[in-house]
Structure formats: structure tokens, C-alpha cells
Design a protein around this ligand. Structure first.
Ligand code: UTP
Length: 293
């Protein structure tokens, strides 16, 4: 009998070179979108999708991520003494989000390798979700839930897709596939960061996956690929060939918070949704637009 999906792996062990020098001592996944670290949105998406166990893949210098999801007694005590009950319950809620398991990727050898680090905590017989620690999905139905539904319906691994401008294919894993139904593709080929000239399409893989445990064996057999890293995209080709893989254009808006422009944009989008910030931000933006005309 098919086992329900209970675990999500969140790789957050990358070096974050695009955010240096900030990422030297602060994990890029802890950089805030307004007042909330990126990775908190990601963990919340997993929990809201019905995931019970969140497996955080961290590395050297990433201890702040584990601390963030831990109980902070001194801070809670001080907030209590000061009568800041709203903030106190917000802090408690963070520490109570799902069951967190933390493992270390000792060397940042690539996304595929980071996922493989979770083998054992997730076994080869169960399907699981993967959510990149620096990618946010702002969606009514969480993107991971949308993929879990597609997995249930098709019995296949499911990955999230987004159309990107042709000239940006060299920033993403790109797929080619056959349309199955609206927004759902049967994946045929996957290529990591192809040059726009050679890209098989402009459909990019973006930060969310639901995969069968069988993928661990495929990753373990995958040699280093683009950039000398063990690429998850390369291992997924084996999955697509062996048992099929579907791509889903998930409903919602995705923000790449691991990229400076994406992170800035996410901050603006979330600030415009905040009642207190919206008007002052808009008037600042209008002034800036005037200045830079
Ligand atoms: P990225 O490619 O965006 O992360 O990986 P990076 O390598 O840290 O970024 P730059 O290019 O140097 O700025 C997407 C996600 O996968 C994790 C990252 O932490 C990020 O959340 N990752 C990547 C790992 O956990 N381990 C790795 O070896 C590589």
C-alpha cells in the first residue's frame, strides 16, 4: 500500500555566494522578507501542506537556522515581563512549527548531494517533498500541496515549473515535456542551466519537488555535472526515463530570495500587502521614480 507523504527535506546548506558578504556569517536563508526569515516561510509552507517532519539540511555557519526554530527562554521571559503577549505568542508559534530534524551536509557539493544527505532519515520506500530554503511561493494552496495532489493523482514524482524568459534559461534547470492537461506536463528531458541557444524550452524547475525515495539511488549514481556539483536535475532524468515524472505549473507567485533582485522584489511585494507599510512605501517609490526619470 502507498505510504502517505509525511516528510519534507529543506536544503539550506549552500554557500550563498550571491549574498556575500552578508552570507559569510548569516545564512542567506535567514535574511528577512520584512521581519520574517525566508526559511520560515518555507517551513510554514511544508507544515500547511500537511508535512509532519521537516528535515533541514544545514552546514557550517548555519546554526542560526536551528536556533530560529528553537525555544528562546530568555527572550520569551523578557517579552512576558514586558507584557508583549502578541510577540510572545508569535515566537512560541515559530518554535512549535512541525517536528524539525536537522542534518549536516559537510561540504556544499550541490543540491542533489544535499538531498542525498537526508537518505536514512527519509527511506528509499517513501515519497517525500523537497523545498528549497531560499525559494518562496506565495499561493492560496501551498505549492507543495499542489505537487502532493498531482503525485496522488498520477502516482508519479512531481516538480514545479515556471515559464522564464528565454535569455534566462542558463539560471535554471530546464525541461521539455508533453502537455498532459492544462499546466501539467509529462517530463521528457531535463537539462541544468542550458545556454538559451540549446535550451529545450523555457519551462524552468523552481524550488519544489515531490519525489519517490527511489531518487536516492539515482542521485548516488549521478556524477558531478554543471559547475562540478551533484545536480538533482541530472538524477531526475533517470526518474523520468524509468517511471515517468510530471511537471506542474503551480498556481501562485514564486520569489527567488537567493538572488538580490528576487529578494528585493519579495520584500516590496510583502510590504505592499502590509496595511501600515503600503502607503508610506508607495509614496517613497513614487518619489524615487520621479528622481530617476
Ligand atoms: P542555490 O544554488 O541557490 O544555493 O541552491 P547556493 O549555492 O548557496 O547559492 P549561490 O549561487 O552561491 O548564491 C538552492 C538551495 O539549495 C541549497 C541552498 O542552501 C539553497 O537553499 N544547497 C545548495 C544546499 O543545501 N547544498 C548545496 O550544496 C547547494
Amino acid at each position: 500500500m502507498k505510504r502517505p507523504i509525511r516528510k519534507a527535506v529543506i536544503p539550506a546548506a549552500g554557500l550563498g555566494t550571491r549574498f556575500l558578504p552578508a552570507a559569510k556569517a548569516v545564512p542567506k536563508e535567514m535574511l528577512p522578507i520584512l521581519d520574517t526569515p525566508t526559511i520560515q516561510y518555507v517551513v510554514e509552507e511544508a507544515v500547511e501542506s500537511g508535512i509532519e517532519y521537516v528535515v533541514l539540511v544545514t552546514g557550517r555557519g548555519k546554526g542560526a537556522i536551528e536556533d530560529h526554530f528553537d525555544i528562546a527562554y530568555e527572550l520569551e521571559h523578557t517579552l512576558e515581563m514586558r507584557g508583549k503577549t502578541d510577540l510572545l505568542s508569535k515566537m512560541r508559534a515559530i518554535a512549535e512549527r512541525g517536528s524539525l530534524i536537522s542534518i549536516r551536509q559537510k561540504q556544499a557539493l550541490g543540491l542533489g548531494h544535499a538531498v542525498l544527505t537526508a537518505r536514512g532519515v527519509v527511506d528509499d520506500e517513501e515519497s517525500f517533498a523537497v523545498l528549497l530554503g531560499d525559494d518562496i511561493y506565495d499561493a492560496e494552496v501551498p505549492a507543495t500541496r499542489q505537487l502532493m495532489d498531482a503525485h496522488e493523482k498520477t502516482g508519479r514524482g512531481a516538480i514545479s515549473l515556471m515559464e522564464v524568459p528565454r535569455e534566462q534559461t542558463n539560471k535554471y534547470g530546464i525541461v521539455s515535456g508533453r502537455k498532459r492537461e492544462d499546466g501539467v506536463f509529462e517530463i521528457e528531458a531535463l537539462v541544468e542551466k542550458p545556454d538559451p541557444k540549446n535550451a529545450p524550452s523555457n519551462l524552468a524547475i523552481v524550488g519544489r519537488y515531490v519525489l519517490p525515495g527511489k531518487v536516492f539511488k539515482l542521485i548516488a549514481e549521478t556524477p558531478p555535472g554543471h559547475g562540478g556539483e551533484i545536480q538533482l536535475t541530472d538524477a531526475l532524468q533517470g526518474l523520468a526515463d524509468d517511471e515517468g515524472l510530471v511537471g506542474v505549473v503551480c498556481k501562485g507567485v514564486r520569489h527567488d530570495a537567493g538572488d538580490k533582485l528576487g529578494w528585493l522584489r519579495a520584500n516590496l511585494v510583502y510590504a505592499l500587502k502590509d496595511e501600515e507599510l503600503k502607503e508610506p512605501l508607495l509614496s517613497t517609490m513614487r518619489e524615487m521614480l520621479e528622481e530617476h526619470k
